[in-house]
Design a protein around this ligand. Structure first.
Ligand code: CIR
Length: 276
């Protein structure tokens, strides 16, 4: 165990032994060009100053979950680069470098790859013509689901499944291409506890989720389906009381995080970090 900045940072084996899910996170500060990113949200332009404040609070929430957070500097060339989750999929021991389905985001990969190479020895990249956004990948203890979406194509999903299976884990593909308004699989789905999923819309009925208990966000709360379990807490976008209460009723500890400026850019709560 090492003491860093007065916080206890545990080595990965201790983390696993304690039943914790993650010990680290990587985030990237929103750029001043943030409002020029891709969006379909029709919620108006984000306020970059407010996004920076919300991002700082998000980082604090991750630290509150016991994570050591590596914060990368803003990259003005890539307005969507704060949504780091789309650039990779990480586990405690290995990772996959994604290949974004949006061409304007392709340049986010190389800088992230350089960062990940300092931390992981086992990295496999999705190759052309495959595309895969990390936001399409949901994972729980060696069980993966990958969404076939407007961003992740069949070749990318198939490559990802092969990589996962080569690491002894399982992977099911969920086709969300016909679900209106769904950017990524994790826009609608989050695994929050053993056997328990948050899921909204038609995806909740997919055969790949059978056998899991599903908690649905309340009326008008589908944005909050993109929540994230981090160790003993679940981070949920603020302002979604029905989902928050439903998760509390399941015995989970919920931390609410303001996400309004990221929602304006189609970004969910999980997209702002890579956790491992
Ligand atoms: C994009 O359209 O790529 C960004 N504006 C939002 C990405 C959100 N990422 C995610 O849900 N994993």
């Amino acid at each position: 165990m090492a003491l860093v900045n007065e916080r206890v940072v545990l080595c990965p084996s201790a983390v696993v032994a304690m039943g914790m899910l993650f010990s680290h996170a990587i985030v990237r500060t929103p750029s001043l060009s943030f409002a020029e990113g891709i969006t379909t949200a029709n919620l108006g332009k984000p306020d970059v100053g407010r996004a920076l404040e919300q991002h700082a609070a998000y980082v604090e929430a991750l630290r509150g979950c016991g994570l050591e957070v590596m914060s990368l500097p803003a990259d003005e060339d890539f307005p969507d680069s704060t949504f780091v989750e789309d650039t990779a999929v990480l586990t405690a021991k290995w990772g996959v470098i994604a290949r974004p389905g949006a061409s304007s985001r392709m340049g986010e990969i190389l800088p992230m790859r350089k960062v990940l190479e300092t931390r992981f020895t086992d990295l496999t990249a999705i190759e052309a013509p495959g595309t895969l956004d990390g936001g399409d990948v949901c994972e729980w203890e060696g069980e993966f689901w990958v969404g076939l979406s407007g961003r992740t194509n069949e070749e990318g999903a198939a490559q990802f499944k092969r990589i996962v299976e080569a690491h002894g884990a399982t992977c099911q593909i969920i086709d969300i291409q016909k679900v209106p308004g769904l950017l990524h699989l994790k826009t609608a789905v989050a695994r929050v506890a053993p056997g328990l999923m948050v899921a909204s819309g038609p995806v909740r009925l997919d055969a790949a989720l059978s056998g899991l208990e599903v908690v649905e966000p309340g009326e008008g709360e589908s944005y909050a389906a993109n929540c994230v379990r981090v160790n003993d807490r679940v981070l949920v976008a603020a302002g979604h009381p029905n989902l928050t209460n439903a998760l509390k009723n399941k015995g989970l500890t919920v931390v609410e995080v303001e996400m309004s400026e990221f929602q304006k850019m189609d970004g969910g709560l999980s997209c702002l970090s890579l956790r491992y």
